[in-house]
Design a protein around this ligand. Sequence first.
Ligand code: ADP
Ligand code: MG
Length: 488
Amino acid sequence: MTKYKAMIGLEMHCEINKTDTKVFSSAKNGYSSKSNEFIRPLDMAFPGTLPVVNKEAVRKALMASIILNCKQPEYLYFERKNYYYPDLPKGYQITQETKPAPIGVGGVLTYDCKDEEKTVRINNIHLEEDSASMDHFTKMSLIDYNRAGVPLLELVTEPDFRNSDEAVAFLETMRAIYQYAGISDADAKKGQIRCDVNVSIMDSDLDESNPENWGTKVEMKNVNSFGSVKETIDYEIARQIALKESGQYDEMEQQTRRWDDEAKETKYMRGKVDAIDYKYFIEPNIPKFKLTKEWIDEIKSSIPPLQRERKEKYVTEYGLKPYDAKILVKDRNVSDYFERVITSGIKPIDAVNWITTVILGAVNKLEISIDEFFITSDILAELIGLVDSGKISKNQAKNALYEAVQNEKNPLDIIEEQGMEQIQDESSLKEMVCTLLDEHPKEVDDYLNKGLTNVVNFFLGQVMKQTQGKANPAKTMELLKSELESRR
Ligand code: ADP
Ligand code: MG
């Protein structure tokens, strides 16, 4: 790849699922296994209905715009993108193109890729409505309008990525931003994130700041997992280099392709001549709205600590290793779980060990989100508390957790049922020790008069045997020694 370099630009769609209602109607913004449950007449494009802008959606879009260091426009406006498709009953999508100005333009974002800091320029971010979704069967298709009108953010980067690792690292950073800012759950599995990937290659020695030197853009539509984004880019770079090497690259037309996940290749969809003219114009049913400096400032000050800040706090304030801190902040739900555990008084360093090993191990195996896990942060906190106070040993806690995961049981119940709690009670332990010493005069004599100090271990073993391992070993040892000495 030294002869050529890749130019990669991303268009990332993310549903804002953290508003109560849709972007232009009062229908609930949510998921339902029941089709067409969350709909209002506007979402079906009934005659006479008019859009009403959801201020909360605009607020969240502005928050994203501010985080991406974009410039916000003086006035908010929307535009119509005209085309017909059954999932779009109005015959147009309400969106924002680049004229006069979407909710954010000209931003820049710093992200980490393999522990190296990178930056990407943001061309723009805009707010639009999602379409309905369709289920296709052999003889018919069904339309579900639950998704119609869900607020959607589209972010367009400049072609600043040079390889698939950078592109994926950026997408992961964006997903975290949306999650930590409370804009979206950004769950690709639920279709909340969708990406278009643009790839071209150019000779390495040419000046990339001059767009005339760029190669021909190939766009891959709707690549829906980060893994597929990586595969798409790697495949497309190799395909385009092969064309270059065989002298066919210059004839290649600008085109739209798609990623075929079964064949593991990109497939041609349409060329430039088939490009659709969307006949954009300003949406006349939504009056322009002034975005005051006061409102923007208020939104700016309400941005919660994001991934980077949380990670920094974990390292500097809680003394966690950067590696562990990174694991915790990767997913906001995990970071929140960790924070709930330590708010109940558990030391951060203890909490992180349990979470990164047993808890995340189980969650990953079950392929669920940590907040769907039946071992809640409260249960874990109580369990660690039992270890800290010496009621059970670390090993017992670990065993209870493993057994809990296997049998989907509450580990605290397992501890109780199996009587794992250690015997701490001094008087009952002392009684046991005295009886034991009375029953073994020879061993006591060995200890007192022959200097065979190892005998204490024999006695400790006896106590453990009698209590089925439940006696607190340190306490028992202490009692044994003092009782033996008192018989001198
Ligand atoms: P269009 O007008 O066809 O949608 P844009 O200029 O808006 O194209 O760019 C869409 C995306 O394609 C952006 O992410 C941009 O960075 C990327 N892009 C543009 N030109 C190239 C290129 N030559 N190679 C790779 N990506 C490109
Ligand atoms: Mg575009």
